[in-house]
Design a protein around this ligand. Structure first.
Ligand SMILES: [Zn+2]
Ligand SMILES: [Zn+2]
Length: 289
C-alpha cells in the first residue's frame, strides 16, 4: 500500500509530524531555520508501527531541541571552503591542508551535512578513517584496475595496472583529524553547530616513532666520508647533526655569499622555508671552503 496522505489525527500526533508512508510511518520534525541557506530544516525517519513512530517522534523532537539543530544543513565541504581562507597559517601549511582536503577529505566526507556530522560524528568520521587506512582510494574492494587515462581508452596502451590497495599512513589520517577538528572550531563560534563533534571522534593511533640514530663513532665516520666525497656535503651533514634542525629547515638551507667577519668563504644559512617549531629564529651558519 502506498499512501503519503497526512494522517488526520493532529490531536494525537501534534503538528502532523507522523504520516502513513508505504507499509509504515514517516516521521518529520521541524528543527528551525538554516542560518546559511535560510531554508527550513527537517529531521526525519521511518518506523514500521505506530508505537515505534511515536518513539521516533519523541527522539527526533529531543534532537531538534538539542541541535536546533546543528543549526545548518550546510555540508562539511561548504564549511571547509569557508574555514580555510580565514584560517591563519603559513603558506606551506595552507597548501598541505588544501591538498588533504581535495584528495582525501572531500571525496568521502565533503557532502556530509553538518547536522549529520553532529548527530553521528564518531560513526561517520571513524568509518571514513577506517576506509582510508585500508585503501587511500577508498575502493572498498570495488576498484579492479587503476586506470592511468580518462575516458575511453585501451588499458594496455595506457599502461593501466591491477589495483593494489595502499593504506593511507596513520600520520596522514592524523593530519586529516587536525584539519577537521580545526574547521569545527569556527563553525561553533559562527553558530553553525551546537558543539564540536570532532571531540568525540577517536584519532587513529600513530605508530610510536622508533628512530635509530647512528652512534657517535658511526656519525663521525659518516661526516668524514661525506666530507671526502664533497666539500659541501660534509659540512651540510655535520650541521644537521649538531643543530638538530628539522628536515624542512635543512632543506631550506641556501648558500649565502655574504662575506663573514673573517673574510672569504660563503656561508650556509638556515633559511625560512619552514619556521622553527617554537617560532624563534636561529642564527646558524657553517662555512664551506
Ligand atoms: Zn584503463
Ligand atoms: Zn583499494
Amino acid at each position: 500500500m502506498t499512501s503519503t496522505k497526512d494522517q488526520k489525527k493532529p490531536g494525537k500526533w501534534g503538528r502532523r509530524t507522523v504520516r502513513k508512508h508505504h507499509a509504515g510511518y514517516e516521521v518529520r520534525v521541524s528543527a528551525g531555520t538554516d542560518p546559511v541557506t535560510g531554508r527550513r530544516m527537517v529531521l526525519q525517519g521511518t518506523a514500521s508501527t505506530v508505537r515505534e513512530a511515536e518513539k521516533l517522534r519523541t527522539k527526533l523532537l529531543a534532537e531538534a531541541d538539542t541541535y536546533r539543530s546543528a543549526r545548518t544543513n550546510a555540508s562539511l565541504g561548504h564549511l571547509l571552503d569557508r574555514w580555510l581562507p580565514q584560517h591563519d597559517v603559513d603558506e606551506n601549511t595552507r597548501e598541505s591542508y588544501e591538498s588533504l582536503i581535495r584528495v582525501h577529505i572531500r571525496p568521502g566526507l565533503g557532502d556530509v551535512a553538518l547536522t549529520a556530522l553532529v548527530r553521528k560524528s564518531t560513526e561517520t568520521v571513524e568509518q571514513s578513517y577506517g576506509e582510508l587506512r585500508r585503501c587511500r582510494d577508498r575502493c572498498n574492494g570495488r576498484t579492479l584496475i587503476d586506470h592511468r587515462a580518462d575516458g575511453e581508452h585501451d588499458c594496455a596502451d595506457a599502461g593501466c595496472r591491477t589495483h593494489v590497495c595502499r593504506p593511507l599512513a596513520a600520520a596522514t589520517v592524523g593530519r586529516i583529524h587536525v584539519v577537521l577538528s580545526a574547521a569545527c572550531r569556527p563553525a561553533l563560534r559562527w553558530g553553525w553547530i551546537p558543539f564540536k563533534p570532532m571531540d568525540a571522534v577517536r584519532q587513529p593511533s600513530k605508530p610510536k616513532p622508533s628512530p635509530r640514530p647512528p652512534m657517535p663513532a658511526e656519525t663521525a665516520r659518516l661526516v668524514e666520508e661525506a666530507t671526502r666525497q664533497s666539500p659541501e656535503w660534509g659540512p651540510y651533514l655535520w650541521l644537521a647533526v649538531v643543530s638538530g634542525a628539522r628536515r624542512g629547515e635543512m632543506l631550506a638551507l641556501r648558500p649565502r655569499s655574504r662575506r663573514g667577519r673573517h673574510g672569504g668563504s660563503p656561508e650556509l644559512c638556515l633559511g625560512r622555508e619552514k619556521d622553527p617549531k617554537n617560532q624563534t629564529d636561529r642564527a646558524l651558519a657553517t662555512r664551506v671552503r
